[in-house]
Write a protein that binds this ligand. Structure first.
Ligand code: MF3
Ligand code: CO
Ligand code: CO
Length: 268
């Protein structure tokens, strides 16, 4: 007989629900692979936004960001010192820029969310190293989590890794539970915190990991005019990568793996 303290952990997402999320992650990754070919000097972030919108609609799916708390576009494009939530505009990307492209789509009611930071042409050694470390920190976070562990395992590993490389981790924005909602419990801070030490990663939990690393300090400033664009307070470069992760009985499963993008261990 099971003691009352050892109740089997109930499944959070059923197999059928997991299938819904897998399909959403897969489509979202396919969209990222499509956009990847277009990220180069001379392209405006508005052009990338339009491509993403049309591709999503043509495939019968929904862009998640447009109208989300009034957000005006399909994707977020965060250039150089922009940490996240940069709004696509008519400015052309130029040689030496780094740009994070963050895309979220809805497939049959399920959300997929991911981002990559791209190098436009030749970038500085400092920018390349930041991108490498940020990409690696995402995988450090993914490899730190296990079924029955806590959300804090992720933040602790990322913070340790980033700090060792000399970067700061953004604290005001974090990963999140995801499913039939864009943002839900649990919050996934990329540093250790008390609440995350209490959140158990039960099999069937789906969430994002999306570390933002800065060359300078961790503090950010929200653009007062557009109400969205988040920049580093000190103007230093910032990079980010994001995947949607399903915790299964045997470990984390990455739902937003691309076919043509950087894979675990990639050297930029
Ligand atoms: N995709 C972002 C995230 O990773 C959220 C963007 S919200 C928007 O959570 F409204 F700015 F699009
Ligand atoms: Co996210
Ligand atoms: Co995102």
């Amino acid at each position: 007989m099971l003691s009352p303290l050892k109740k089997p952990i109930p499944l959070y997402l059923t197999e059928e629900q997991r299938t819904g999320l897998r399909l959403a992650g897969k489509f979202n990754a396919q969209l990222m692979d499509m956009l990847r070919e277009h990220v180069r000097a001379g392209v405006t972030t508005d052009q990338l936004d339009r491509l993403a919108y049309e591709y999503t609609i043509e495939h019968g799916h929904q862009p998640a960001c447009i109208g989300y708390h009034g957000y005006p576009k399909t994707i977020c494009t965060s250039v150089n010192e922009v940490v996240c939530h940069g709004i696509p505009n008519q400015v052309e990307l130029k040689n030496g820029d780094i740009v994070n492209v963050d895309i979220t789509t809805i497939v049959n009611g399920w959300y997929g969310d991911q981002s990559e930071t791209f190098m436009v042409g030749e970038v500085s050694a400092a920018a390349r190293r930041l991108i490498q470390t940020t990409f690696d920190s995402l995988y450090v976070g993914i490899r730190a989590c296990r079924p029955g562990g806590t959300v804090m395992d992720i933040g602790r590993a990322i913070q340790f890794f980033a700090q060792k490389a000399g970067y700061s981790v953004v604290r005001e924005y974090q990963g999140h539970g995801i499913g039939r909602e864009f943002h839900q419990e649990p919050g996934v801070p990329h540093f250790p915190s008390l609440t995350s030490s209490r959140d158990i990663l039960r099999p069937g939990t789906c969430f994002t990991i999306e570390p933002m690393l800065n060359i300078g300090g961790w503090k950010t400033r929200l653009d007062k005019k557009d109400g969205w664009t988040v920049r580093t307070l000190d103007g230093s470069l910032s990079a980010q990568f994001e995947h949607t992760i399903l915790m299964t009985e045997v470990g984390p499963e990455i739902l937003t793996l691309t076919e043509n993008g950087p894979q675990e261990g990639h050297r930029f």
